[in-house]
Design a protein around this ligand. Structure first.
Ligand code: NAP
Length: 251
């Protein structure tokens, strides 16, 4: 069950964090994985560590996204899985938020996803099969957090994109789904500071933060042949963080 033997997968934002966890689990399931990231040093090191390929990618460039997809399809003859995982989450309260803050968040998280998914779908349409898995978040689609209105808008926007795209591509044997992580211990999350990490750990029913591989296992399932009848859907992986109706509901 859930073997990805010889499937070709690109994971964006995989030099570290959740993307690295997704890459690791896809590799464990037998896929060939291309790590695509703006961070060359960590990307190359992660590729060596996991026995994967590395390609430089800035998702804000349509040209670079096209090149990564075309080179992968050219080298391996196909592209079975795209994990569009790249995302940034610098905080800004609304009263201080500038147009530049808004644009940066949207350019990386939302437009960058569009730039990468579109050429991947063109390859998958020709081969009449494919799996696209988007890393969204609970923040935006389900919850909110002060300082992340622009981030939440991009993460909810990804789901709106996913649902209509899933309808357009279902007839080609392509599924498009999203994983919605809660708080996963990554470099990006650590940058929020110790107080934030403690606050989040306390608000999760499991009383632990998630690990990048927790998202990887969900992505592996959605990437598998067995998930062929699931499209336009989401899987929340958050240790139950969105469940408590009041602080007293947390045991
Ligand atoms: P992370 O630790 O910061 O890793 C993200 C990677 O993406 C970094 O290597 C980063 O490089 C790279 N990157 C940034 N901008 C890029 C660009 N323009 N093009 C290509 N690569 C770029 O982040 P993470 O915590 O793993 O988060 C990954 C995804 O999960 C994001 O979409 C995030 O919104 C989502 N998510 C995370 C959590 C969580 O708790 N961690 C929760 C919900 C959702 P640099 O370091 O050089 O910028």
């Amino acid at each position: 069950m859930f073997k990805l033997t010889n499937k070709v997968a690109i994971v964006s934002g995989a030099a570290k964090g959740i993307g690295k966890g997704i890459a690791r689990t896809l590799l464990q399931a037998g896929a060939k994985v291309i790590i695509a990231d703006i961070d060359d040093e960590n990307g190359q090191q992660t590729a060596r560590e996991l026995n994967a390929d590395f390609m430089h990618l800035d998702v804000t460039s349509q040209e670079m996204c096209n090149r990564v997809i075309e080179q992968t399809a050219g080298k391996y003859g196909r592209l079975d899985i795209l994990c569009s995982n790249t995302g940034i989450f610098p905080q800004a309260n609304l009263k201080d938020m500038t147009e530049a803050d808004w644009d940066l968040m949207n350019n990386v998280n939302l437009k960058g996803m569009f730039f990468l998914v579109k050429p991947a779908l063109a390859v998958m349409e020709k081969q009449r099969s494919g799996r696209v898995i988007i890393t969204s978040s609970i923040t935006g689609p389900v919850t909110g957090y002060p300082g992340w209105s622009h981030y939440g808008a991009t993460k909810a926007g990804q789901l709106g994109f996913m649902r209509s795209a899933a309808l357009e591509y279902a007839r080609y044997g392509i599924t498009i789904n999203a994983v919605m992580p809660g708080n996963i211990l990554t470099e990006g999350l650590k940058a929020q500071g110790e107080a934030y990490l403690a606050q989040m750990t306390a608000s999760i029913p499991t009383h632990t933060l998630g690990e990048p591989e927790d998202i990887g296992y969900a992505a592996c399932f959605l990437a598998s042949d067995e998930a062929k009848f699931i499209t336009g859907q989401t899987i929340i992986v958050d240790g139950g963080q969105i469940l408590p109706e009041s602080p007293d509901a947390l045991l």
